[in-house]
Structure formats: C-alpha cells, structure tokens
Ligand binder design. Structure first.
Ligand SMILES: Nc1ncnc2c1ncn2[C@@H]1O[C@H](COP(=O)(O)OP(=O)(O)OP(=O)(O)O)[C@@H](O)[C@H]1O
Ligand SMILES: [Mg+2]
Length: 339
C-alpha cells in the first residue's frame, strides 16, 4: 500500500460505470454525453456526495484524452470575490483566460467547474452571470454548492439542477467493499456497518475512515475503526451509563476518565454517544425527558467552552439521580400493589 496516496483520490471514479448509486443523475449525464452537448449545471448537496467526482467523470467521458485541457476546476472559496471572474492586475481573471481560448481535440466547448460556488459574493455572481453569457458558445459552467439557495436567481435559472442527496447505505457499503477488496483488507460485518453509519452518507468520510483503519491493521474489526476515528466504543459508553444509573457513580466516573484521558476521546464525540445510548437504557418517559434535557445542557456548555470533564461528570451524577428516582418510584408502586 502506498501510504502517501489518499484513497479518496486513488478510487475516485473515472467513468460512469464506476459510480455507485445515483442512477438518475448518471442517466441524465450520459444523455448529455451522447448528445455531445450540455446546459450549465448546478450540483447541489452536502460534502462528500460526489459533486466533484461526477463533474470529472462527465469531462472524461465527453473529452477523452483531452479532458484536462478542456476542464478547469476552480474553488470559489480560495479567491472569494470578484477577481476570479473579472480579473484585475493581480488576478488574471482565470475564468476569462480559460474561456477565451478554443477547446481542444475537436470539442465544441470547455467546462468550468466552480466548486463551493455558494461562497462567492453576490457581486462576483453577477459578474459571473455576464461571463456565462459572453462565452456561452464555448463554455459550460458546473456550479457545485452545499447551499444552492445562496446563488443568485439569474444563475440558478440558467442551470439544470442536480440534487446530490447523502448516499444510500447499500451504495456506501458496495464502494467500501470495493476498496477493501482491492487493498486486500479483511473487514468484519460490524466494522463495515459502523463505517457506513458513522459517515452519514458522506463517501469521503467513509473512505478516509477505512484508510485510517487500514493504517492500523489489514484485519479491520469494530475496535480498529473506533481507534482510527478516536471514537468511543458504544458498549463502553452503555456500561458507563448503566453504572451511573445503578448508583455506581465512582465506577462510571473512572470509565469516563479512561475514555477522556487514556483513550483521548473528544468530549463532543462522547456526548453524542451518550445521547444515542440514553434512549436504550429503559428509562420511563418522564425520566427520559429529564435525561435528554441534561444531555443537551451539558453539550451546550461544553461547546461554549466549559470544562468538559466537570460537565460530563455532572451529567453522570444527574443520570445517577434520575436512576435513583426511577428505583424509588418502582419500589413505591410495587409496595402499593402489594398492600
Ligand atoms: N456515487 C459515487 N460513487 C463512487 N464514488 C463516489 C461517489 N460519490 C462520492 N464518491 C467518492 O467520495 C469522495 C468524495 O466525493 P467528491 O469529492 O465528489 O464529493 P463532493 O460532493 O465534491 O464534496 P464537497 O462538497 O466536499 O466538495 C471521492 O473519493 C469519490 O470517489
Ligand atoms: Mg467537491
């Protein structure tokens, strides 16, 4: 394994057939390639969902060997503002320079891919709109945006819109298994499931998690993944909570210290694990309301910069009190039914 190479680049699809899922997007893009023409496009969606990838694949399929000459990728957030479009003495108006020269290899247009286009100022967007018109014969724009609503209407209305929703779990699984197979990794079902859930539809995150895990071992189980992501083991969190609930505060506290200081887990990661687990520990409705409120308060304080150890300890103590109340309640209801 070449340890310097990022798998997000190494395994980035080069042709439509390599793309997992996204059937309707791929079939629309294929029809542009068949017709050898395309409108301006707007790729909208969260990070790691294939916007850059689909643009590059589209360029490769359209232009073949000349794709690099006919495709320019710009990141709008690198050079916010108008200079990128209009050009002045300092910035040479990259778009205009590229747009002005003729396409290579018999192509009739070039593609300008504008990543993070939603971070352009509205002045820059207005200038861009004029540039789009000026070079409409020889250039197509693809705008990638996490928040397409930040693009001005005249740009939005000039584009065919493609919505990139978070990837389906089955597709993420397929892609991860493809990489694992080609890197000769053994990955357990649990580890695979954890990666798929953990990335929440972001394939970049999934791929990076797999690579970080493979760095530790070629045999990847859940623990490898937790270690690689500095993520808490859900079982340990559950045990800590049940100790706190059962009145074994000191035990719960030392488990907390171990996770925070020996394993170096982040308090925000821990609190989101606690948040998930608190629903599974059999609390009554009323106690659950109380517990979730406490988790929310602790999370807020930690984010605001409060001491995370104190906040988490205090949360465990509050959960201990909730547990105590629950026990007393069930004791008194048992007594009532007996009498
Ligand atoms: N449908 C897909 N099929 C195969 N690989 C994919 C797919 N979607 C994303 N990927 C992979 O996930 C990684 C991230 O994808 P990409 O860079 O295209 O995301 P993006 O939508 O442009 O994200 P950002 O908004 O952060 O720029 C790449 O390595 C790419 O190979
Ligand atoms: Mg991108």
């Amino acid at each position: 394994m070449d340890e310097t190479e990022l798998w997000v680049e190494k395994y980035r699809p080069k042709k439509f057939d390599d793309i997992v899922g996204r059937d309707s997007i791929v079939s629309r893009l294929r029809s542009y390639v068949e017709g050898r023409n395309l409108p301006h496009l707007l790729f909208a969606g969260p990070a790691g969902t294939g916007k850059t990838t689909c643009s590059i694949v589209l360029a490769r399929e359209l232009f073949g060997d000349y794709w690099r000459e006919n495709f320019m990728e710009l990141n709008a957030s690198d050079e916010r503002g108008i200079a990128i479009v209009k050009g002045d003495a300092a910035h040479h108006g990259k778009i205009k320079t590229f747009a002005r020269t003729a396409p290579f290899g018999g192509a009739t247009f070039k593609i300008i891919f504008l990543d993070e286009s939603d971070s352009l100022t509205s002045d820059a967007q207005s200038a861009l709109r004029r540039t789009m018109e000026m070079y409409s014969k020889t250039c197509r724009f693809i705008f990638a945006a996490n928040f397409p609503g930040k693009l001005i209407d005249p740009i939005q209305s000039r584009c065919a819109v493609f919505q990139f929703s978070p990837l389906q779990e089955a597709d993420i699984e397929k892609y991860i298994l493809r990489i694992a197979g080609s890197e000769g990794l053994n990955i357990t079902k649990d580890a695979l499931y954890y990666i798929v859930r953990h990335c929440r539809g972001d394939l970049r995150k999934a791929t990076n998690t797999l690579q970080a895990s493979a760095f530790l071992s070629k045999d990847i189980d859940q623990n490898t993944v937790y270690q690689a992501t500095s993520s808490a083991d859900p079982e340990e969190v559950a045990e800590m909570l049940s100790n706190a609930m059962g009145g074994y505060f000191l035990k719960a506290r030392s488990a907390l210290d171990e996770m925070l200081f020996e394993k170096g887990l982040s308090s925000t990661d821990l609190i989101s694990h606690i948040h998930r687990k608190v629903f599974d520990i059999g609390l009554s409705d009323e106690a659950l309301l109380d517990a979730v409120t406490r988790v929310g308060e602790a999370e807020f304080r930690i984010v605001q910069g409060a001491n995370d150890r104190i906040q988490l300890e205090s949360l465990l103590a509050q959960i201990g009190l909730i547990g105590k109340r629950e026990r007393e309640k069930s004791k008194s209801s048992k007594q009532k039914t007996l009498s």
